[in-house]
Design a protein around this ligand. Structure first.
Ligand SMILES: Cc1cc2nc3c(=O)[nH]c(=O)nc-3n(C[C@H](O)[C@H](O)[C@H](O)COP(=O)(O)O)c2cc1C
Length: 203
């Protein structure tokens, strides 16, 4: 019930109470929810950037088309995904990730390579890497709601400007999804959702 309650009361918060801080322990917990989020093949080809200094928040606010949610947030998390080249099955990063698993590295690579080849051929590698960040943000947002902290997913951003704010190279990183966090300075908005029976198809 607690999870359902958090889902029902989380809402896309557009303006936060700037006088109320989110504790360091809560921030760490939100990041932990992200860290524990599963990734495809367990590769974790991502990083989480926490923007909380006044200066960087202002720059990120502009990179997000001046969305107030970013400017007033206690902090904004940007989930950044690696670019396709880093997912190469013969690359150092994949090897270092693969070496953590119980099976020998070659077993992991033999399993992974055909899927990598398929995604590459379809031109979907960057998209595959980017989409995984959405799961991390979803877990962070629901986890935050369980602690009474509100949030808003932010897809409205200028890619290059986000990279610049975070001092990241666009050949190496791409922005997946951002989310703002804080205590709301606005009333909760009720959920608007389609009925389950209109969404679900059983086969
Ligand atoms: C992937 C994604 C991107 C979003 N991007 C933005 C955004 O850039 N700015 C914004 O104000 N809300 C953004 N939202 C919030 C949605 O508009 C909001 O979650 C939706 O209308 C449902 O409302 P609720 O979250 O209050 O239930 C985004 C939500 C999702 C899931």
């Amino acid at each position: 019930m607690e999870f359902l309650d958090a889902m029902q009361h989380r809402f896309a918060c557009k303006r936060y109470d700037e006088n109320r801080e989110v504790s360091e322990a809560q921030l760490k917990m939100i990041l932990e929810y992200g860290r524990l989020t599963p990734t495809s093949f367990g590769l974790e080809l991502w990083s989480f950037h926490v923007v909380r200094s006044a200066e960087k928040k202002k720059a990120l606010f502009h990179a997000c088309f001046d969305q107030e949610s970013v400017a007033t947030s206690a902090f904004t998390v940007a989930v950044m995904a690696r670019k396709a080249a880093f997912a190469n099955p013969d690359g150092d990063l994949v090897h270092s990730r693969g070496n953590r698993f119980p099976d020998p590295l070659n077993v992991f690579i033999d399993d992974y390579r055909p899927y990598y080849d398929y995604l590459k051929q379809e031109g979907r590698l960057d998209c595959w890497l980017k989409s995984q960040g959405y799961l991390a943000i979803a877990n962070m947002m629901t986890g935050a709601a369980l602690m009474g902290v509100q949030s808003c997913a932010i897809e409205g951003f200028h890619e290059q400007q986000v990279l610049d704010v975070l001092s990241l190279d666009g050949n190496q990183w791409q922005a997946s999804l951002l989310a703002t966090f804080g205590y709301p300075a606005e009333a909760e908005r009720p959920k608007i959702r389609e009925r389950l029976e209109d969404l679900v198809v059983f086969h």
